[in-house]
Ligand binder design. Sequence first.
Ligand SMILES: [Zn+2]
Length: 490
Amino acid sequence: MKRDYSQCMMTDYDIYLIDRSNSDEIVDDYFQNYVVFDNVKKEFFVEIDFQKEYHHMFGFIEQYDMMMNADIKSKLEKRYKPYPQGYLGFIEGENIKYYNILINSYNIEKYDFSRDSFYRSNPQYFKRPYLNVLSGHKVKLSYGEGILDFIYADFFSSCWDQYENFVCDPREDDYDSRYHNSESITVYNELQDKVELLYDFERTMHSVYKIVYSSIYTAICPPRFEKDFDPYVVIEWYADRLQVVQSEFLWLIEFCYDEDYLPEILGKMTPQERFHLFKKIHRHKLEKPRKEILSFVRTSAYDENDCDIEKKEAVEFAFKYDQTKFLRNSKLSLEELLDYTMSKREAVVKYAFSSVFELLELEFSKMLETNIRFKKCKRCGRYFVVKGNYNTNYCDRIENGSRYTCQELAATENYKAKLANNKALSIYNKYYKRYRARVKVNQIKEPDFKDWKLKALVKRNDCDNGTISPEEYETWNESYFPNRKKKETK
Ligand SMILES: [Zn+2]
């Protein structure tokens, strides 16, 4: 008899994972990305999926158009009408704007150069804007940098920005009937799914790009809203979900890495021990699988001009006279064999991931493997990674509307505070000298002077703390003993 587990009680951890996986409306695993970690340099490289773009999909779209029967096609064509060109021009403009922001904020480089060459050699296709401006790019981050960037991203503001400038999909004239249509769509084959999911992703990005591009992790793992979503509603759910994950990872960093968090209980524990305790408290499973992939990367390009000609000739010679059998058996062309033998390659361990949550967990697990330290910035109160032995209490973030980092601002602020301190001291010295001189000529009695001195020292402290201004301190000193000259003139 088949065993039915549908009534089986779920553990807290099962519920926790379900909350963080795909929902009926939002799917987080559309992009298939990879990440390579370097525990020595404490850096990682993220390769962002390049295959979910039109220039990689036109072949499938054409097959889809040919394969689907007329009846289904007419239904689907209604659903996926083409965008007007003017609208795509607007999207292209927005893309350029956000691409520039991302490129200027992170260490990003392009590795898939195929789009322009595709359109050059296939001029019959209309050039489409990128669906995600980071498709086919590589991002280099340091351990902790990605998590902090995500934690402090302002999804709330970008959600409102998205609402205020909500661009209604120009194709959706029957807006209401579409979104309240519970009719299901029959999927006949993989190809249909591939093409229609692309269309859904395109619509998703058009309605949510401002939120997606407000952190590097959301841009690396953009969402796909399910068919028949009402973007106006789902945008908020998406932003809400991101904010829940933000607060969770902020708490995790505080619990595992903040030396000032419950020092009497956690003070002597390492981040690994703290994380173990965290999992025990929350009844989470202690073991966490990671999708490790062994892969090969070319570390140097094969370049005819650069390559050692003698070596090439020697290899050719060897193949010609001695090893033609090897070449024949290997079923490789001479060019391929030369390429493989003469370019440098390395085996690397990659991790596959699709969702923001998976990438956060991967980075966190790598942080635990290495010795990463966080501190809370004494100026803005946000965590930052302590690099090397460099001891600072301030982060190097630049706040919105400022041109300077917290470190730079703190330096000038501390300098000003010091100047203020010096000011208080110099005011005190000035009056000390003046009143001491008056004691000598018996204008002020010794006990009165001592009285003034005690009060002046307390006030100097107030001035140092900023409780009173240097001007107020000066006035107080000036008027403490009535001025003789002024008295005389009266
Ligand atoms: Zn700061």
